[in-house]
Write a protein that binds this ligand. Structure first.
Ligand code: CR1
Length: 841
């Protein structure tokens, strides 16, 4: 605190302390000032994007004050902090969220109107911060919202990608990827050019003996890259607490470029180093639930982990505490295995740089880390080749070998004569080439391992991590069922429903204690309430219908049943099952007489989601959905009875429009494959029902809302293995209704049949790994039940209201409190309203 202002001068600071706008006028003053000074524009050239910029800057000013105060408060209180390490933060837009969390959206709305703008149009100007792929990244964003809202001292650490997840365009029915350069204007980040860390790669290790005879390892040579911090304020809801998300950006360590080379005329190569360094944080890998083992990805991971740990350790060292107190001050959560190198890096810092004994250091490490597993899919479990490690991080490889040695020795002591076991749990897989198993390293290096829904947490204990349960005992393994923030996913996305709920729960407290939702169940028979409920759903559907028209050109009838599946495209999520079902519906309608058709219930099948650029089958699925759409949507026999649309570029801000507008949404993964799912929670919270398999959080949603309020179908996780075995490779008899669907595709009904051959062969000839045929009949029958249930509108609304009232459990606040108590051992930091944040001196 050398830069601290001395006591006598502090009065002047307090006198001039900037305060947030108190009313509409003050807000307008700030906006006009930002337009005229910060943006150097005027009322004669202020468009919506300038209004967005100025409005954001006005809110940012407010946010920054609370942010500074929060940081000072947390520093002075010296309490334990949690650090959430995630390679993905799928934040979406920030302005609307800031206005709502601060509680000044009404002020902004009125102020913007005075100045000539509609707040909705201003909000629309913002580019999504899309630094993530799907559920894992959005979960991290919901967690940040809850951590701040609950006043926990917490930081997020991630990478500041220059390009987030690509923008998806649909051209002639095919996905085309376009780079998403989102940093043109980003008022929500603060570059900290004074907060930098030098990160080392490659080089070699030599060992020496110090005066006391101890061996010391030195990692030398190689190349250095600079990490620069960019900070993003994270406002809590209805609290001044504003936490920090720190994102690292890579830069060449040695200035801008090589002057010597430049002066000698080698212009191109003079910038090569700079470009190589900047490549590290240039782009987010666009894979969801898939790892590809690319060197640059490992570089990203180490770059981010090393910078974050340096920062965390630097902060701890300022407290002058003894090292053994580190886990009392610091909890670090590993969001999947992506940051697992942090375990090794902390051990390296403690042993190589700080001179601690191995065992003492290791104790600290294990007590500091917790690891969350998000998937059991084998293709998503990270493994890195030993040779890549040797090349890129030679000292870390040695430490991994030592960690493994000591671990295996302890296993051997506990389970003598079990050679087999040693091979099974070794962090090093004795394959060709040898691989480092990151999940095993994360387990060994953490004091708690958790799954993200009950079924998933049970599955990891009985399948992929089974042997570790025998070794460490069952208490190390726990469950924390995922949650979502009701601020963004109800209050922000569905303001009218939020208002209506408020009238029945007695104020806005349900947004901080979601269990209060149960009060609306008392109004389930209240006529006016039900009427208003139905009106809101319809209005949300009208809004989505407009979006569909604008983005696809297709006109849909808002009173049709909206059937939605939006999520990353993946075979395990089974969009193919959905589109095969849609084709079945189409064929059935075609076979009816015009008279019979009139009795059918109109449906709109809405799809959205990105395919990883290299995922051929996922791209084929998108193409089939679009091809079916162009046939069905133009079939005069069908009219409004069936429409099929694919919404381009599904992202967080589009989810905010889509989620409140669904009647039924699809969560239909092969049982045992979807760890949790979180959009299932969002849809139910917004008064939509779901069709789902007994998978992930669907099971707990059923338990909470009751099985009459959910449409479950399909085989159970426990039967999946046997079913897979029973499929005869090469000649699998498919379900007869599905066979008819295949016939239609193969006869060219939806365009060139060879375009979709892969999807059919996967089921018919390649063993149907995802059980599409096994579940098809049950899927079709369940959709027929849904049609019937929807005809009974009164019964349907009762189901919706009842379900919403019972969704309290799925708040990310509940989830974060469970982590805080069961894994991190941290407490919220109470807010003293009179606190100036300047501390006591
Ligand atoms: C899972 O597939 C889960 C999220 C968040 C995903 C999804 O079911 O809801 O994590 N897993 O826990 C993942 O991305 C790499 O693994």
């Amino acid at each position: 605190v050398e830069a601290s202002i001395p006591e006598p001068q502090r009065e002047a600071w307090l006198k001039h302390q900037v305060s947030g706008f108190k009313d509409k006028d003050a807000f307008e003053t700030d906006v006009v000032r930002h337009v005229e000074t910060t943006l150097a524009r005027s009322m004669f050239n202020c468009d919506e994007s300038a209004a967005y910029a100025a409005c954001s800057l006005a809110f940012r000013d407010r946010l920054v004050l609370e942010w500074n105060r929060t940081q000072q408060r947390q520093t002075f209180s010296d309490s334990k902090r949690v650090y959430y390490l995630s390679l993905e933060f799928l934040m979406g837009r920030a302005l609307d969220n800031a206005m709502l969390n601060i509680g000044q959206k009404d002020v902004a709305k009125a102020g913007l109107a005075d100045l000539g703008f509609r707040i909705e149009d201003v909000i629309e100007q913002e580019h999504d911060a899309a630094l993530g792929n799907g559920g894992l990244g959005r979960l991290a964003a919901c967690f940040l919202d809850s951590l701040a809202s609950l006043n926990y001292p917490a930081w997020g650490y991630g990478l500041r990608y220059r390009y987030g997840i690509f923008k998806q365009e649909i051209i002639d029915g095919y996905q085309v990827e376009v780079p998403d350069y989102w940093l043109d204007f980003n008022p929500w980040e603060f570059p900290r050019h004074d907060v930098t860390v030098d990160i080392q790669f490659y080089g070699n290790v030599h060992k020496s003996t110090d005066d006391s005879g101890k061996t010391v390892a030195h990692w030398e040579g190689g190349e250095t890259v600079k990490a620069v911090a960019y900070d993003v304020p994270i406002p809590g809801y209805a609290t001044p607490t504003t936490n920090n998300l720190r994102l690292w950006s890579s830069k060449a360590a040695s200035g801008e470029f090589d002057f010597q080379k430049f002066n000698s005329g080698e212009y191109e190569s003079s910038v090569a180093d700079q470009q190589r360094a900047e490549t590290i944080s240039a782009v987010l890998y666009p894979n969801d639930n898939l790892e590809r083992g690319k060197e640059l990805r490992l570089k990203q991971q180490y770059f981010w982990v090393a910078a974050s740990l340096y920062d965390i350790v630097r902060r701890f060292k300022k407290s002058k505490r003894a090292w053994k107190e580190f886990p009392d001050q610091v909890a670090i959560q590993l969001n999947d295995t992506h940051p697992t190198l942090a375990v090794v890096e902390l051990q390296r810092i403690l042993v190589d740089l700080e001179g601690l004994e191995w065992d003492e250091a290791w104790n600290i490490v294990v007590n500091t880390f917790g690891y969350t597993n998000h998937t059991v899919l084998p293709e998503a479990l990270e493994k890195w080749s030993v040779s890549l490690f040797q090349h890129l991080l030679p000292r870390h490889l040695q430490i991994i070998y030592d960690i493994n040695l000591f671990f295996l020795q302890s296993v051997e002591r506990a389970f003598p004569n079990d050679r087999d076991l040693l091979g099974k749990v070794s962090i090093i897989e004795e394959s060709q080439p040898k691989m480092v198993r990151m999940a095993f390293l994360a387990i060994v290096g953490s004091h708690k391992v958790n799954g993200v829904a009950e079924l998933h947490s049970d599955l990891i204990k009985t399948t992929i991590f089974k042997d570790f349960v025998s070794i460490f005992g069952p208490d190390k393994f726990t469950n924390v069922t995922n949650g979502i923030t009701p601020r963004r996913w109800l209050h922000q996305a569905n303001p009218r429903l939020s208002e209506l709920i408020k009238t029945k729960t007695g104020g806005e407290d349900f947004l901080t204690d979601l269990t209060l939702l149960n009060k609306i169940e008392l109004s389930v028979n209240d006529k006016d309430f039900r009427k208003e409920w139905a009106e809101i759903k319809l209005a949300n559907k009208v809004r989505l219908a407009k979006h569909i028209k604008a983005s696809t050109g297709v006109t849909v009838n808002p009173s049709a049943l909206f059937d939605v599946q939006v999520k990353r495209i993946h075979e395990y999520k089974r969009q193919q099952l959905n589109i095969f079902g849609v084709i079945h519906r189409y064929l059935t309608l075609k076979a009816l007489t015009p008279e019979e058709r009139k009795k059918q219930l109109p449906r709109v099948s809405i799809f959205g989601g990105k395919a990883a650029p290299g995922y051929w089958m996922a791209k084929q699925i998108i193409h089939l959905i679009n091809s079916v759409g162009s046939v069905v949507n133009n079939d005069k026999d069908i009219g409004d009875l069936l429409k099929v649309v694919f919404l381009e570029d599904y992202n967080v801000s589009k989810a905010e429009i889509i989620t409140p507008a669904s009647d039924i949404s699809e969560h239909i993964s092969t049982a045992g494959t979807e760890a949790s799912g979180t959009s299932n929670m969002k849809f139910v919270l917004n008064g939509g029902l779901i069709i789902g398999t007994c998978d992930g959080a669907n099971i707990e949603i059923t338990r909470e809302i009751g099985e009459n309020n959910i449409f479950l179908f399909g085989n159970l996780a426990e039967d999946v293995e046997d079913l897979r075995h029973s499929h005869t490779y090469g000649a699998h008899t498919v379900d007869p209704d599905l066979a008819k669907v295949f016939e239609a595709i193969e006869s060219g009904t939806f365009g060139a049949q060879q375009d979709f051959a892969g999807m059919i062969t996967a089921v018919r000839d390649h063993g149907d790994y995802y059980l599409v045929s096994d579940d098809f009949h049950s899927y079709i029958e369940t959709h027929a039940i849904i049609d019937e249930a929807y005809r009974d509108q009164e019964g349907w609304i009762t189901k919706c209201i009842t379900s919403v009232s019972r969704m309290g459990f799925f708040s990310s606040d509940r989830c974060i409190n469970e982590y805080a108590e069961g894994i991190w051992n941290i407490e919220p930091l109470p807010i003293d309203k009179s606190d100036t944040g300047l501390g006591k001196g």
